[in-house]
Design a protein. Structure first.
Length: 418
């Protein structure tokens, strides 16, 4: 297993470019199975989760060419099986997005039961209820779940709580399900309207992407198409937290600040100096940071995926801040690592942490728990004086492309040890 060795405590400077969004690219890869024609994706991040998804769809008989970095050409002319890999599918949750294309094209989809997850319970009830509502039948086996097309037809499904992937999964299937589907109380994350827009450019009829109600008129055929994946808002927001926590002068290029309105507002309230242009954020060294409470919320609220990087930043701010993680119950356990580094954070319960700052951080040996907390530990290590070792770098590689090279380019002292 690879690890990072980081010597921190120095400000960074220069420019860092944001990659294509993981949580958009994964969904486009799945949606490409709706059509027999070629779908070309550009600006795809070269990360481990994308590799896993490509492996999964190749096993289904899909042709995936990778002619150059960041470009993937997908042709699902025919599908040779509708059974997802027992080994690969539980590794990434977006494999659930393949249910719809498999149902409409082959009449069934068999998925291994999802494995455990580092960020807490990851229920799948909304997928089961939603697919049933659109006419599918669901059979629970010992090791797997079998979805069958039954009499697929449009329908109305009300989400008791918005779910990003379940919204996308039902939207993708409804596109090729006859009749009208109405999805109510859906997630509104920017990756969802982007997916709707792309599918519409391929012949789908979706309205309301980015609002709480999405309406889909099913069509018989989806054409191929081409799209450049939108910038990763979570990566951009994490780089802003990195710059602020290390008192750096950093230009974050190629991002869309409109997708980060609440996190940028929080930075402003914390006292971070920055300027925003249409596709960049310039963070300047800032002293006298002030504690501010953070509550995660579905988009356009403060994203749970930025909770960990911002908690690291709060260790450098003066006062007491409450971090309230409302989306997942297992997403605060990385805090023990920050305390090992000298932070003063009390975990009140699974959802709440109280951060007292400012606390100088010192280097330590750490374990990357999941994608986002993994990057947060990198940020903490770069803010800390001395040497840190971060183990289990695979978790970071799942979501961030060549992160150590890109951080070295802004003068971070970080190296990968295989
Ligand atoms: N939920 C249910 N039942 C379900 C599905 C979800 O109760 O069937 C609950 C979850 O337990 C959670 C809430 O709904 O409390 C929201 O979860 P959601 O389904 O929206 O999360 P997700 O779609 O599994 C995506 C991102 C996550 C991100 C969340 C929240 C992808 C591939 N993943 O997950 O990203 O944290 O939305 O924004 O899009 C990451 O990139 O590291 C990551 C974890």
């Amino acid at each position: 297993m690879a690890r990072f060795e980081i010597h921190g405590g120095k400000p960074l400077s220069g420019e860092i470019r944001v990659s294509g969004a993981k949580n958009a690219a994964l969904k486009f890869l799945a949606a490409a199975l709706l059509t027999e024609e070629e779908v070309r994706l550009r600006n795809v991040p070269e990360i481990e989760d994308i590799k896993r998804m490509v492996e999964i769809i190749r096993e289904l008989g899909v042709q995936v060419d990778h002619p150059e970095p960041h470009q993937y050409n997908i042709r699902a002319a025919s599908l040779k099986t509708s059974v997802l890999s027992r080994e690969l599918a539980p590794k990434i949750r977006p494999s659930m997005l393949l249910i719809g294309p498999l149902l409409v094209r082959t009449g069934s989809a068999t998925l291994p039961h999802p494995g455990g997850c580092a960020i807490g319970r990851r229920p799948t009830d909304l997928f089961v209820h939603g697919f049933r509502k659109l006419g599918a039948t669901v059979e629970e086996g010992v090791d797997e779940r079998i979805f069958r097309a039954g009499t697929l037809r449009g329908g109305r499904f009300v989400f008791p709580t918005p779910s990003v992937t379940a919204t996308e999964a039902l939207m993708i299937m409804a596109v090729r399900t006859s009749g009208r589907t109405e999805l109510v109380n859906v997630a509104m994350e920017p990756e969802i309207p982007a997916l709707a827009e792309f599918l519409n450019s391929c012949g789908a009829k979706i309205t309301g992407g980015g609002t709480p109600i999405i309406i889909i008129e099913g069509v018989d055929r989806i054409r191929g198409g081409e799209i450049s994946i939108m910038p990763d808002r979570i990566e951009a927001g994490s780089f802003a937290a990195l710059a602020a926590a290390t008192k750096s002068d950093l230009w974050i290029r190629g991002c869309n600040p409109k997708h980060l309105e609440v996190p940028l507002l929080m930075l402003e309230k914390i006292g971070v100096k920055f300027e925003v242009a249409s596709d960049s954020i310039h963070v300047m060294p800032s002293d006298d940071l002030e504690a501010m409470n953070i509550t995660t919320h579905e988009y356009p609220g403060f994203p749970t995926d930025l909770q960990a990087p911002f908690t690291v930043l709060l260790t450098q701010a003066k006062g007491v801040a409450l971090v309230h993680e409302t989306i997942f119950e297992g997403r605060l356990f990385y805090i023990e690592h920050l305390n090992k580094m000298g932070a003063k954070i009390v975990l009140s319960d699974q959802h709440r942490a109280v951060v007292e700052g400012p606390t100088p951080l010192r280097g330590s040996t750490l374990e990357s728990p999941d994608i986002r907390a993994g990057l947060a530990l990198v940020i903490a290590a770069l803010a800390a004086k001395g040497k840190s070792t971060i183990n289990n770098v695979y978790q970071i590689d799942r979501g961030y492309e060549r992160i150590e090279e890109r951080l070295r380019a802004i003068s971070a002292d970080i190296r990968r040890i295989e």
